[in-house]
Design a protein. Structure first.
Lengths: 109, 113
């Protein structure tokens, strides 16, 4: 079946450092979504990318969808303690939204 | 607050028992999704209902079943519970069928002893 892998699984950074998580699908995706789950919380939608090669920015967050629509990345510039949480990518394959394995980000002040 | 509600928030039960988890979608959303999240695990898609009908199925065990009622709320029934069923169960909703943002509820934490 389709798999969506994310690397790294965990990342610890000092506040102010940059952070990137990579998402790779075994199949082509119609779109890619990113969600953030704070510790003890529920996933919250961040953004959706649809077009091949698309890049979107939200303040310090930059999202990219690969040309082949099989991979994506999320880059956070100058991390803050509020960025702590697990970041999931999720891609639609036909009728199901398949979530990636997630990257847990810890930010030390 | 996503607008999706789930009850109960916590549930402790014993192996072999049956439980029902309840979800009310956002006002106007026709699709309801159920996910399972085990400790330190990702989100496993279980099942989707759209306007009362089952539309997509993931890795849902035969011991699990779900339904969506005319008022669009949904229930996830878990039976013959095993220790490994202990997890967070999330419900999510979206306006239509697929390809959209999903809005997650706060989850039900199930502990099977």
């Amino acid at each position: 079946g389709q798999q969506v892998m994310q690397i790294p699984q965990y990342q610890h950074v000092q506040e102010g450092e940059d952070f990137t998580t990579y998402c790779n699908s075994s199949t082509t995706l119609s779109n890619i979504q990113w969600y953030k789950q704070r510790p003890g919380g529920h996933p919250v939608f961040l953004i959706q990318l649809v077009k091949s090669g698309e890049v979107k920015k939200q303040k310090r967050l930059t999202f990219q969808f690969g040309e082949a629509k099989k991979n994506s990345s999320l880059h956070i510039t100058a991390t803050q303690t509020t960025d702590v949480g697990t970041y999931f990518c999720a891609g639609y394959n036909t009728d199901k939204l398949i979530f990636g394995t997630g990257t847990r980000l810890q930010v030390f002040p | 607050d996503s607008g999706v509600t789930q009850t109960p928030k916590h549930l402790i039960t014993a192996t072999g028992q049956r439980v029902t988890l309840r979800c009310s979608p956002r006002s106007g959303d026709l699709s309801v999704y159920w996910y399972q999240q085990s400790l330190d695990q990702g989100l496993q898609f279980l099942i989707q209902y759209y306007n009362g009908e089952e539309r997509a199925k993931g890795n849902i065990l035969e011991r699990f079943s779900a339904q969506q009622f005319p008022d669009l709320h949904s229930e996830l029934n878990l039976s013959s519970l095993e220790l490994g069923d202990s997890a967070l169960y999330f419900c999510a909703s979206s306006p239509f069928l697929m390809g959209e943002t999903q809005y997650f509820g706060p989850g039900t934490r199930l502990l099977v002893l």
